[in-house]
Design a protein around this ligand. Structure first.
Ligand SMILES: [Mg+2]
Length: 226
């Protein structure tokens, strides 16, 4: 876990596991623009749809390898430090996904313990949730793909979160916005609610149990899976 504190966790209920980027915070919109510019900076012809296809919903470490594979060489250190700084700067203008704070209020009020399991690096998760004020819901229960061997679509970060909080995978529900994330939840044996936005590719989230396009519908979607 990125930071400590179980915040009054109720262990007898269903654990709701939230992806961070694109589910809690509207960062993927910014990430698409940054990845597009970063790959063009490496000399590639690259558009927003390419950024969505190659990078969204995946761990930063995996995206770094993808960038190298797409260009056919290791990424230059100065390129990486420049664009990592751009990602960090973008966190200052982050906003919460519309409706997510209201949904979290309802979910926590209903007695569900909640946590975050993300491909983002630990300090970035903390920063994104602080900037948007959503940190108040989670009691520091943040899990990063940095803490496990494999990023999404592997199930590692979801299984790590469930094990650390003492929940069997069958007592967890995942909320995800990307196909690698949905695949990771499936591989972990956890039902998954898909959140569709204007960044979701056509045909995306086909493997989610339920798909919503408004976070205000999340409490009802979770109840339908309970
Ligand atoms: Mg996501």
């Amino acid at each position: 876990m990125v930071s400590e504190g179980d915040g009054g966790l109720r262990r007898s209920d269903q654990l709701v596991v939230f992806d961070c980027d694109g589910v809690l915070v509207d960062s993927e919109r910014l990430n698409v623009g940054i990845w597009t510019s970063a790959m063009r900076d490496l000399g590639l012809t690259f558009g927003p749809q390419d950024a969505i296809h190659h990078f969204l919903g995946r761990a930063y470490a995996d995206n770094r390898h993808t960038a190298a594979a797409l260009t056919g060489r290791e990424v230059p250190p100065e390129w990486e430090s420049h664009w990592r700084a751009e990602f960090r700067r973008s966190h200052d203008r982050l906003e919460a996904i519309p409706g997510i704070a209201e949904a979290l209020d309802d979910i926590v009020d209903a007695g569900h313990p909640v946590c975050v399991a993300s491909g983002s690096i630990g300090p970035a998760i903390v920063r994104k949730l602080e900037v948007t004020g959503l940190d108040r819901f989670f009691g520091g229960r943040y899990y990063s793909a940095e803490e496990v061997e494999r990023g999404k679509p592997a199930p590692d970060v979801f299984l790590h979160a469930a094990a650390d909080l003492g929940f069997a995978p069958s007592r967890c529900v995942v909320v995800e916005d990307s196909d690698p994330g949905v695949a990771a939840a499936r591989a972990a044996g956890m039902p998954v609610v898909g959140y569709r936005s204007d960044l979701t590719p056509a045909g995306g989230l086909a493997d989610a149990d339920v798909v919503i396009d408004d976070m205000r519908a999340l409490p009802a979607a979770l109840a339908s899976l309970g």
